[in-house]
Design a protein around this ligand. Structure first.
Ligand code: XMP
Length: 510
């Protein structure tokens, strides 16, 4: 049975998936559809409520997107946000004033009594980001929110259950925003909130099965959270019709290749091809010190190996990718300058013969992917794996990569991770790892002079990995890590801790 559905109608705003995410957080199923969908298509979802998102246009633009007016006669509650509120106001006979200056930022708002604001402090703050503003509400509506600049920051027609807000409830800068969206879902639309990630998995599996039929599906598995969850979801749908190729370039962390293989083969019985090609990668990388050069070589070689393996399988119909929503935003980021050429195991389509790409996680955020992974029974250590770059340890081995220095790095990194876990910090710090530098220095061990490598420890807290703070790891923990690495890992006699944030540093050293 299909769960109760909220339809989010997309007018091109930048926070649209965040609105969907807030709805899912309240355990209500939702779909995001473009505003160009017909009334019939909207009705087909039998929505309990409809949300119009914000968007970049002015309602006065010639090409301003509009919804089919029939939507206001369905007897379904509507919440318009920002552009969505202005459009609703205009279409129902209100007055929107065109403006030249944009209001952007967090401002004070006073809220009146409304089902939308149940249990919300009437003196509050909200994020505004708009140019045009609503001057007069349509007939049947009353104003329920004001700011200094905005006479109509929120309005309602409680008979028809139409609501509009000029601010953005979906972002954290509007502290009551999540609560307000919940009020819309539960107080206005009468949702019951019984949807879960297990339903997401179930529905996805049924629809994927229908779509794929008896065709073949290929997946490039990196062992990371996203590609793992995507692969397991697909394997639940089509079983052995799915083939996963796991290119083990030898640049994974200690024991990681074996752990991935074990989960996929033993626990999920997936058709897995593991290609061990450490030697191949190391010989291509020999003598290469320049970070971008390393990245390029690994990216190219990876595709080559994948292509060779895929050819052996023959034509496949579908290629699965673990793209998640933040990847979609980042890849749309336009012409920002390239700091590092990120290599993701995603970018393969040109090289393999297939009909279509499937991206089952395209609309999910990272924490939702983890929730889904847990639902699917994927072991905790895989679901909670910290991000790991495509070029792997190559960009944590400064300078020339040799087998010996890779071993040093793997062992030091293993100890660091083990101690962070022992200290219970593994969920607080978002990424932490060791780096083997190309610097050697003098030390003394017993009565002997040593001339060995310096290991750097890197740990950051961040929400988006675009910026980050160095983690304030307790000295005691750092002390244990330092002692253990020097004692247990040969050819290391000095440990340093990286105390730079991003920016100006980046998280990885290369
Ligand atoms: P930086 O070093 O740019 O890293 O601050 C930001 C985040 O991205 C990860 N990273 C990569 N991920 N392929 C990836 O899939 C890459 O080439 C790559 N380089 C960096 C990094 O680990 C951090 O989480």
């Amino acid at each position: 049975m299909q769960n109760e559905t909220i339809v989010v109608i997309d007018f091109g705003g930048q926070y649209n998936q965040l609105i969907a995410r807030r709805v899912r957080e309240a355990n209500v199923y939702c779909v995001v559809i473009p505003y160009t969908k017909s009334l019939e298509e909207i009705k087909a979802f039998a929505p309990k409520g409809i949300i119009f998102t914000g968007g970049p246009n002015s309602v006065y633009d010639k090409e301003a997107p509009k919804i089919d007016p029939g939507v206001f006669s369905l007897g379904i509650p509507v919440l318009g946000i920002c552009y969505g509120a202005q459009m609703m106001s205009m279409m129902l006979g209100g007055n929107v004033q065109q403006a030249n200056t944009r209001e952007y930022g967090v401002v004070d708002v006073s809220l009146s009594e409304s089902p939308l604001f149940k249990d919300i402090d009437p003196k509050n703050e909200c994020l505004m980001s708009h140019t045009d503003k609503i001057e007069e509400v349509p007939e049947g509506f009353v104003v329920i929110g004001k700011t200094a600049h905005c006479p109509v920051a929120a309005f309602q027609d409680s008979k028809r259950n139409f609501y509009g807000v000029q601010f953005h409830p979906e972002v954290n800068h509007t502290p009551f925003g999540s609560r307000m969206i919940r009020n819309f879902l539960f107080e206005v639309c009468g949702c019951s909130g019984d949807w879960t990630m297990a339903d997401y998995a179930k529905n996805y599996i049924v629809s994927a099965r229908e779509k794929i039929g008896d065709k073949k599906v290929l997946c490039a598995l990196s062992g990371g959270v996203d590609s793992s969850v995507a692969a397991i979801l697909l394997s639940k749908a089509v079983g052995k019709q799915l083939v996963c190729i796991f290119v083990d370039h030898g640049l994974l962390r200690k024991n990681e290749g074996d752990e991935v293989e074990k989960v996929f083969r033993d626990q999920f019985d997936i058709n897995l091809i593991r290609v061990n090609c450490e030697e191949r990668f190391l010989s291509r990388l020999a003598g290469v010190e320049e970070p971008e050069e390393k990245r390029k070589i690994i990216g190219e070689e990876f595709i080559r190996v994948f292509e060779e393996e895929a050819k052996k399988i023959g034509r496949v119909d579908y290629l699965v990718q673990g793209t998640i929503y933040p990847d979609v935003i980042e890849s749309g980021a336009g012409d920002a300058s390239v700091i590092k050429s990120h290599h993701n195991v995603g970018g393969l389509p040109d090289y393999v013969d297939f009909k279509e790409i499937i991206e089952p996680l395209r609309n999910l955020f990272k924490d939702e992917v983890r929730k889904l992974g847990t639902e699917l029974g994927i072991p905790e250590q895989l679901v909670w794996r910290q991000p790991f770059p495509g070029p792997g340890l190559a960009i944590r081995c400064i300078g020339d990569i040799t087998k010996e220095r890779l071993e040093i790095l793997k062992d030091a990194d293993f100890i660091f991770r083990e101690e962070i876990a022992k200290a219970g910090l593994q969920r607080e710090i978002n990424q932490y790892f060791a780096v083997v530098t190309n610097m050697r220095s003098v030390g003394v061990m017993g009565d002997e002079r040593t001339y060995d490598y310096t290991i750097a420890l890197r740990a950051v807290t961040t929400t988006d990995f675009m910026t980050g703070e160095w983690a304030r790891i307790p000295y005691d923990v750092l002390d244990v890590v330092s002692r253990r690495i020097v004692n247990e890992v040969k050819y290391v006699n000095r440990i340093v801790y990286d105390i730079t944030s991003k920016p100006p540093s980046t998280i990885e050293w290369e």
